[in-house]
Design a protein around this ligand. Structure first.
Ligand SMILES: NC(=O)c1ccc[n+]([C@@H]2O[C@H](COP(=O)([O-])OP(=O)(O)OC[C@H]3O[C@@H](n4cnc5c(N)ncnc54)[C@H](OP(=O)(O)O)[C@@H]3O)[C@@H](O)[C@H]2O)c1
Length: 265
């Protein structure tokens, strides 16, 4: 029987690439979305054309209830072969340590940290009840090279991802030997927040390899971690070496200052 995987925020951008990378290798896809219904249906259609099964599931990840409904829908569809959750959905809101708003900070912590904590807890309980496992199931969290290359921009987002980075080891210890836990830390992949395309084109090359980071390669790295039974508690940095170039501010603001003009909207 083919394994099923859940990708949170699987309708667009990196989530879409991850779902399709797994589908190409024969995994059935549970594509979670919140608002991007049409895009989620399109990802599922592409996966089905690759010869696998695929279903879209709508859920709000800020609440315990929304996460629970998502997890229960996954186990109803996948029954005995639910083998991977990729925690990709994320909120990315600009703020600083001196101006963050309580509600926005909490929303980011709920989506970026609490949802992977909750889904991990239920996945462990589900895996503990299984009699036969054909592969070692796993969680893969999507981090950000920012956690290895700190600057104070996107303060609440970075705080949530720093905690998620520590969660990799803690969950790996908590869930062994039933469930492996790993992470991928990408560098800049897509224009985000106030960044415009001109700024993004420059910022995307600001890494050791001086070229844009391939989202397809990031997705393949997630697949590698999900299928290698010997790896747990490990984070792969897939960022063209961006984490080795310290910047005092987020790269989009560094580029803006270098250009001397307004290149974020
Ligand atoms: N973009 C980059 O350059 C970059 C760089 C480094 C790391 N990363 C990390 O890579 C991952 C993917 O990045 P991305 O830019 O592709 O992601 P994104 O477009 O910012 O967000 C992915 C999805 O998260 C979902 N989402 C947000 N809030 C939600 C909520 N409250 N409940 C349920 N779903 C929610 C949205 O789904 P709907 O559209 O369906 O509403 C959204 O499409 C993230 O974890 C990010 O931190 C990204």
């Amino acid at each position: 029987m083919a394994s099923w995987l859940l990708v949170t925020g699987g309708a667009t951008r990196l989530g879409r690439e991850i779902g399709l990378a797994f589908a190409q290798e024969g995994w059935n896809l549970l594509c979670h979305y919140r608002n991007s219904k049409d895009q989620a249906e399109s990802v599922c259609q592409e996966a089905i054309e690759l010869g696998v099964q695929a279903e879209c599931i709508q859920a709000e990840l800020e609440t315990d209830e929304g996460c629970k409904e998502l997890f229960e829908a996954c186990t109803r569809i996948a029954v005995q072969d639910f083998n991977c959750i990729v925690n990709n959905a994320s909120l990315f809101i600009p703020d600083t340590g001196s101006d963050f708003e309580e509600n926005q900070a909490l929303s980011q912590i709920k989506v970026n940290l609490m949802a992977p904590m909750r889904l991990g807890k239920w996945m462990y309980q589900y895996q503990s009840k299984r009699k036969i496992q054909s592969i070692t199931p796993s969680l893969v969290h999507i981090l950000d090279q920012k956690v290895f290359n700190l600057n104070p921009d996107y303060f609440s987002y970075t705080t949530s991802k720093l905690a998620l980075e520590r969660l990799v080891s803690l969950q790996a210890q908590s869930f062994a030997p039933k469930l492996r836990v790993n992470a991928v830390a990408p560098g800049l992949l897509y224009p985000s927040g106030p960044q415009n395309l001109e700024n993004f084109a420059l910022a995307a090359n600001a890494n050791l390899l001086r070229r844009p980071i391939s989202a397809v390669e990031v997705a393949k790295s997630v697949l590698f971690l999900a299928t290698n039974p010997c790896i747990t508690g490990t984070t792969l940095k897939v960022d063209n070496g961006q984490h080795l170039i310290p910047t005092e501010r987020d790269i989009m603001f560094v580029v803006e200052e270098l250009m001397g003009t307004q290149h974020v909207q």
